[in-house]
Design a protein around this ligand. Structure first.
Ligand code: LLP
Length: 723
């Protein structure tokens, strides 16, 4: 047997213990594992097992080749993931482990993945030698994992998994010349080859050819793609479509079950499908749609295809179930404190109070003052930051505002009404602690903000060109478009050519005469990439981008790098690394120190400060079993918490009344609103719920109550601040 451990395998004590246990198990079975250790791992790290190490520069491919050369009975790859799932578990915790696949299915699935669970190149040598590949998890050593073999157990044709490949560009060519012209396609494909572009999927009709480009480096280079387009325009009407995403339903014999996919096709009713292919290998059905639609489509497809699937020889537990076993409670992972998953969440200790509040007040958002303060202090402690503004849009509860005011935060507002609300909640607040960052607001709101003495950010030329008089003698901030948006969902990415926010480079060129005519000065630059970002480098990137524009503005005093700091939402997600965020900002500050001494760095987070400190409590109103699915209906739904319906957001849910009891029920948690989308959580594991039990929906302090409505004339949940 050949064992391959991934680089991160020995990173923690728990993992080292698992590796040692593995060694003992091998000895008990009289197996002599040949271990391929990851690069950089010291032999001693692997304990007893490592003494049998063969090489230190390991890779999946090397392990596969060794397994073949040695005639191994199997090749085991021990990584972080428990194997292959019915969908990428990152966006879908309800994805199930796929226990068995054949080599071609595994190839189809992993070749499409941005970060495959293992190197797909390792499959070919194993397949030709007939050595099965076992994918196992170093964190979940008891989980059976995925076995990729020549002949997995016969199951009959069915879709085994959905893969999503983002960042796809399509090239479409319309021309009547295609029809019966010998060599036309060869000539067109030669154009792609000349520009070094590799084609992935192809579909053609009498007058149209559409291909998707493999996401290689040339395909990402706008100059290369533009040159290709110029060539193609000589041959017909050529255009680019993108960014798009390719969704593949993978499973052998898919042609035999096309008729069963009728409900799946209904999902395309309101979607533009750019390309549809079904390869002769009969392994996959692929649709290409706009990238912005792909996440929602993948979730809906997964629901349709897998929500009724039970555990058996082909499918294992869900990703959430697997990790719930490890952490004790699936919900805790994303709902915990600073280091999500490690610390128990605050609400466990305050269960009795919360139950009493829910009984007395009905559906209720409850905020924990201590949690708000901890989050704020963790950001106030970052040395590279000079000022912290709270993005009021995330939660405008007056008690929350008062707490942040006491800690010295400023307030970022996006409407005149938010400014007035903050002033009413915090009488006596210095106007300099108000920041006004509107988008397409009418003139009167700018006038009001300026009259109040708030700092005003302009993100369009229109206000300066059309109402120069209101900016006479004023200090302004400019919002620039950093070009690349980030965030948890396309709706919350606020940069790039497709977004309405910020000034582009071209608009900046037209700015100086407008500023001069108005008699306004630019004292700050601002950019905001999006919301729910957990990549720590994002804010350093923004600061560097703003610093590059700083030379144009001699009076500059501050760079506002926006908000968007994410918190873990799904089990297993890593928290944002604040130290790395700070280091990124500090680097820019140091580089800028000589040119603009004293230039301040500002941050304006919303979610990070309030999300984890808030929960939504709702009592169970009714239960139902239909079509093999259990529904737990609670007294409030999308009218209180819109995020699951709007973004497919994941909020951990627990049965607070039965906290600590085993989560043996799997149910969709739904609200009372007359919309099919009124689902707060799908396929959730709960302690068995009964009418009157209080469910707690965690991580709901940000963009919860503020986005609620009276839809169906149902009052949304109230609010309560726990001191
Ligand atoms: N600054 C600007 C200019 C913004 O547009 C926003 C959020 C923030 C700061 C604060 O972003 P945060 O730190 O909270 O991510 N409703 C969505 C989030 C929309 C965010 C809009 N802008 C959600 O529920 O995820």
């Amino acid at each position: 047997m050949v064992l391959k451990l991934r680089a991160a395998a020995l990173a923690t004590r728990e993992r080292r213990r698992n590796v040692a246990a593995l060694a003992r198990e091998c000895r008990a079975e009289r197996l002599r594992p040949l271990l391929v250790l990851p690069e950089g791992a010291r032999a001693a790290d692997g304990g007893e097992l490592a003494r049998e190490a063969l090489a230190t520069a390991g890779s999946d491919l090397l392990a596969a080749r060794l397994a073949v050369a040695l005639g191994a009975v199997r090749c085991e790859v021990w990584g972080e993931a428990a194997g292959l799932f019915t969908a990428g578990p990152e966006p879908l915790p309800s994805a199930r482990l796929v226990r068995a696949l054949d080599f071609e299915e595994a190839q189809e699935l992993t070749a499409a993945a941005a970060e495959p669970v293992f190197d797909p190149r390792a499959l070919a040598p194993l397949a030709s030698a007939g050595v099965p590949l076992h994918l196992r998890s170093i964190d979940l050593p008891a989980a059976s994992g995925t076995v990729v073999a020549k002949t997995p157990p016969p199951e009959g044709p069915r879709v085994k998994a959905i893969s999503v490949r983002r960042g796809v560009t399509l090239v479409a060519l319309d021309t009547a010349r295609m029809w019966r012209e010998v060599g036309f396609l060869a000539d067109v494909f030669a154009c792609f080859a000349r520009h070094g572009l590799s084609i992935d999927a192809v579909s053609s009709s009498g007058t149209n050819l559409t291909v998707s480009l493999d996401p290689t480096a040339p395909a990402r280079d706008p100059a290369v793609v533009a040159a290709l387009l110029a060539d193609l325009l000589e041959r017909g009407d050529a255009r680019l479509i993108g960014p798009a995403a390719a969704l593949s339903l993978v499973g052998r014999g898919i042609r035999a079950i096309l008729h069963e996919l009728a409900p799946v096709l209904e999902l395309f009713e309101e979607l533009e499908v750019h390309l549809l292919t079904q390869s002769a290998s009969d392994l996959a059905l692929t649709v290409v749609v706009d990238e912005a639609e792909s996440e929602r489509l993948a979730r809906d497809l997964h629901g349709l295809l897998f929500q009724h699937v039970a555990e058996g020889p082909l499918f294992g537990p869900t990703w959430e179930e697997l990790h719930a076993g490890r952490r004790g409670c699936a919900a805790l992972g994303a709902a915990g404190g600073e280091s999500a998953g490690e610390e128990p969440p605050w609400w466990g200790a305050r269960r009795a109070e919360l139950l009493a509040l829910a009984a007395e007040r009905g559906p209720l958002y409850v905020y924990d003052a201590a949690g708000l303060e901890t989050a704020a202090r963790s950001l106030l402690a970052l040395p590279a930051l000079d000022r912290l503004f709270y993005a009021v849009k995330a939660n405008h509860h007056p008690g929350v505002l008062a707490l942040f005011a006491r800690l010295g935060l400023g307030f970022e507002c996006v409407s005149a009404a938010e400014l007035e609300h903050v002033r009413a909640a915090l009488p006596g607040l210095e106007p300099a602690r108000l920041l006004f960052t509107p988008s397409f607001a009418p003139r009167g709101e700018y006038e009001r903000a300026l009259a109040l003495g708030a700092r005003v950010t302009v993100d369009n030329l229109h206000p300066l060109a059309a109402w120069p008089e209101i900016f006479a003698g004023r200090d302004l901030f400019l919002r620039l478009d950093p070009g690349r948006g980030r965030g948890h969902h396309p709706h919350v990415r606020t940069a790039g050519a497709q977004s309405k926010f910020g000034l582009s480079g071209g608009e900046l060129e037209r700015l100086p005469p407008l500023l001069a005519r108005a008699g306004a000065r630019v004292v700050g630059l601002h950019a905001h990439a999006g919301s729910g970002i957990r990549a720590a480098e994002s804010w350093g990137d923004i600061a560097r981008f703003l610093a590059a524009a700083a030379a144009r503005f001699p009076r500059l005093a501050a760079l506002d790098v926006g908000g968007g700091l994410g918190v873990p939402e799904r089990p297993g997600q890593r928290p944002l690394d604040l130290a790395a965020l700070d280091a990124g900002l500090a680097r820019v500050k140091r580089a800028q120190a000589a040119r603009s001494p004293g230039l301040e760095l500002w941050l304006e987070p919303g979610r990070y400060l309030v999300a984890r400190a808030g929960v939504l409590l709702a009592r169970v109103a009714q239960l139902k079993e239909k079509g093999g699915v259990t529904y737990v209906g609670v007294e409030t739904g999308m009218n209180s918490l819109l995020r699951p319906a709007l973004y497919g957001a994941h909020h951990p849910i627990v049965n607070l009344s039965r906290l600590g009891e085993p989560a043996t029920m799997t149910a969709h948690v739904v609200g009372p609103i007359c919309e099919t989308g009124d689902v707060l959580g799908r396929s959730r594991r709960l302690a068995p719920a009964a009418e009157g039990d209080v469910l707690l929906i965690a991580n709901a302090g940000a963009y919860g109550r503020v986005m609620s409505s009276r839809y169906n004339l149902r009052e949304p949940a109230g609010e309560w601040l726990l001191a």
